[in-house]
Design a protein around this ligand. Sequence first.
Ligand SMILES: C[S@@+](CC[C@H](N)C(=O)[O-])C[C@H]1O[C@@H](n2cnc3c(N)ncnc32)[C@H](O)[C@@H]1O
Length: 203
Amino acid sequence: MSATTFDAAYWSARYAAGRDQWDAGTVTEPLRAYFAQLGPADARRILIPGAGRAYEAEYLHRAGFSEVYVADIAPEALGALQQRVPDFPAEHLLLQDFFALRGPYDLIVEQTFFCALDPKLRPRYAKQCAHLLRPGGKLVGLLFEGQVGPGNEPPFGGTRKEYRRYFEPYFDFVHFDAAYNSIKPRADRELFICLQKKADVVA
Ligand SMILES: C[S@@+](CC[C@H](N)C(=O)[O-])C[C@H]1O[C@@H](n2cnc3c(N)ncnc32)[C@H](O)[C@@H]1O
């Protein structure tokens, strides 16, 4: 059973009803730019939790990264990736609750997953990311800044000050600032984050 109020049935119903406004239909520019500077493709272990239709996983897979994993509680999401990219390794499709995943990973990619969780789970999200990463591993991606959504269901926004509180116990802040290259509908509403797991942290 999911640890979230917004469980698998909730997300499956949103996919079925086409209430998937988060779906950018392609890899988003901030993440594409980040991936482009990673250097040659390698076997680092990359996790995309709450991956949805997982265009970022498709991008990394096609670029030659061989250890890309996607996790989602909604079968529709993983099914969409499998259909688009039949050679994506089936064993890298994790139909699992993020909070039940096991690591280790070198990189976790965040995009509209943190905002999809009940905000009371945010401290656990930060701890679980730290738990899943090797020391020195990174959590990289985008967080909404300010109010987004209706308030009673995802997406949920927040503030830099609030976010810092969750991540500071486990991570060094390599980058934590307004994104300059957000996709248009998210312009001026996103932080780009690159948080590195502290060497001495036990999570
Ligand atoms: C707002 S969508 C974002 C999808 C994707 N990241 C994107 O940018 O298109 C949130 C996704 O998280 C998934 N999800 C929600 N709670 C989850 C959990 N506890 N564990 C794994 N996936 C979860 C949902 O099924 C949904 O596909």
